[in-house]
Design a protein around this ligand. Sequence first.
Ligand SMILES: [Cu+2]
Length: 129
Amino acid sequence: MHRLCLLLTLTLFAAPAVAAPEWRQSREVEVLLSNLDIEPETIRLRAGEPVRFRFINNSTISHSFSSGDFFRKAEFRTRDADAVRDGSIQIGPGDEREVLMVPAPGRYSAHCSNLFHRIMGMRATILVE
Ligand SMILES: [Cu+2]
């Protein structure tokens, strides 16, 4: 019995852990926020593949990239988990923010959280296949 316990313990420790994402091999995806547009309009990603998002705001006013479901389902690099608040990333004028994540499959809509900006065209679609 003792031996069996030892064997089980060894087996448990030897079992491969769930692999952490290879953040260094993340594909870089640039998202440009301007007045009043989000580029690209359709962001295509591969499910389970780590992505290095660079959100660039090249305008003189604040914008956000909001996509509640997309961010909720994604797995973030630990230090980036706080970048998203209420499903949204704020990017100040002339600023850029980098966020690493592994997206979950699905079709998501994204937009600037400013309603006027959104109506004027700050919308995008994220396709994760
Ligand atoms: Cu905006």
